[in-house]
Design a protein around this ligand. Sequence first.
Ligand code: MSP
Length: 642
Amino acid sequence: MSKPTFYVTTPIYYVNDVPHIGHAYTTVACDVISRYKRMSGYDVFFLTGTDEHGQKIEQAAQQKKLSPKELADSVVQRYKNLWKKLNISNNHFIRTTDESHKKTVQEAFKKMQENGDIYLDEYEGWYCTPCETYWTETQLLDGNCCPSCRRETTKLKEPSYFFNMSKYQDKLLKHIEENPDFIKPASRRNEIVAFIKEGLRNLSVSRVSFKWGIPVPRDEKHVIYVWIDALTNYISALDYFDSNSDKRKYWPADFHVVGKDILRFHTVYWPTMLMSLGVPLPKTVFAHGWWTVEGQKMSKSLGNAIDPNWLIEKFGVDPIRYFLLREVPFGLDGDFSFKALIHRINSDLANDLGNLLNRTLGMVKRYFNGQIPDYKMEDEIDIELFKKIEETFNSVEAHLNELAFNKALISIWELVGALNKYIDTTAPWALAKDKENRNRLETVLYTAMDGIRILSLLIYPFMPDTALEIRKQLNIDEPVEKSNFDELKKVKLLKPGKSIGEVTPIFPRLDEKEIIENIKNENKKEENQKQESKVEQIDYNHFMTVQIKAGKILEAENVPKSEKLLKLKIDLGDEKRQIVAGIAKSYSPGELVGKTVAVVANLKPAKLMGILSEGMVLAATVGDRHRVLELPDEVMPGTIIK
Ligand code: MSP
């Protein structure tokens, strides 16, 4: 019998920005649901990709002096690398510049035309380039500013093809009413219904004002409006219009997972387009909330968008995956803070889960020489624990089917808590004191280990690496992804007598203060580097206002009460100068005497720790050390350097 199919998609990401945690969030969420569905015996198709056409991308490329395709290629690689690091198990990565995608978009456009839903007219409106949106006069803020991003709009008039969207208004409302799962969460559904009831306007679906896009078939002056192009990715990835395509079976999608800002495009434009094409609608469009960072909106201009690569290097992949889905209910907005992240890692991962594994396997080593004990002497408390395991499976399944990731994790951690409590109550260390209790001791540790084995299955969709590491320590080599979830629910599957693997802590505790301090320092450094790299170009005359001379160091001594400063006497040819330099951590005074170095000779004198300094010695910074610029002996003191 063939497996049931399951199709889940992320939005396709614009290539004018580099990936940040907002993008990682959606993609991790889709990965979790994909892994869970594969474990449950589904034939999963998980799609992600990039949205590469449109004016914004054309402009971003121009600024970087690249062609749009060159810009796209480099950003696409960044996305692909990040998804690899984040353990994303997508089945396909679609780019809107793929030939097969372009063909499908043109075919869709033609079909909509043939169905009488597209006509040529003229469009006039206030256009916001960054948002790629036309606004009506009444929608504008403060004169002519975009109501979405508040930047200035420009009045544009151009010939345009239009999609007769209003024709589908009633049909769409009816669909939403009859399919309560179509838009989730429910609060968002109400917003969309209210919007549709205000009356749908026909949609301008082509542009002549820029070139970077898919041409309208038979009228190549026009390119197809970016949202029509982008939304079609969900069916072009399946080669939907090719009746021989073996991927058509995945349609309709089970979940389009999107951010709240693009819900309207997915629940108004997309379904009406599909209605025109005669293609069934996706089952559910789920809108998640937005992340802020330390209380602030993430934005390019604030420069506070967090690079997930950096986060992964610092904290590891699984803690990040866990945090993103545990911290905030999927559907609501949330705030990313290092304090909250470190707290989750220390309490949930290191303390609760890590300790459970470590103490249990530690005792199996101590009392049974690392061999799995047997389930010999059952007690009421064991039966209760196995009941808890069964309940946890059921609630995790129910929550995941609703994309309630945080509730699923709460359920799993209730089981972690129950297992820790089970060990505290049964107190194996006390049982081990008396040989009479040997059978009971075996049963207790067997039960705890089997519980951990179950945990490795439950956490697998969220933290695949950790799940596999736990299984390695338990020495289980059975694959996690079975063809049948009921198989996975079976308990007492551990094989007594088998040796366990090497036991090592999975999540070391983090020192919150130290990490936050380090991050602050790194940020400062980065800020300085940014400032330095921002330095403007100067002309020759400007450069020549700085006088750099060769100077021979005659004397050097430490400055009392200062770890950093050295007092130097330097021969500058026609005069001797006293210079205080912050290089005491990198050189002892003796090392410097006799060296010929580069000196900024016309720097205004200043006092450092009360000592007069008449110039500056040039040095390069290597990590936290300084290396002075040394000149060959033949360069006489006082020689001008330019
Ligand atoms: N290209 C369109 C989508 C086309 S889908 C047919 C697009 N791209 S995007 O790169 O701007 O955004 C992609 C997704 O990232 C959106 O779902 C958006 O909601 C999400 N996020 C962007 N910033 C975010 C946060 N700060 N927090 C959470 N998600 C965020 O829109």
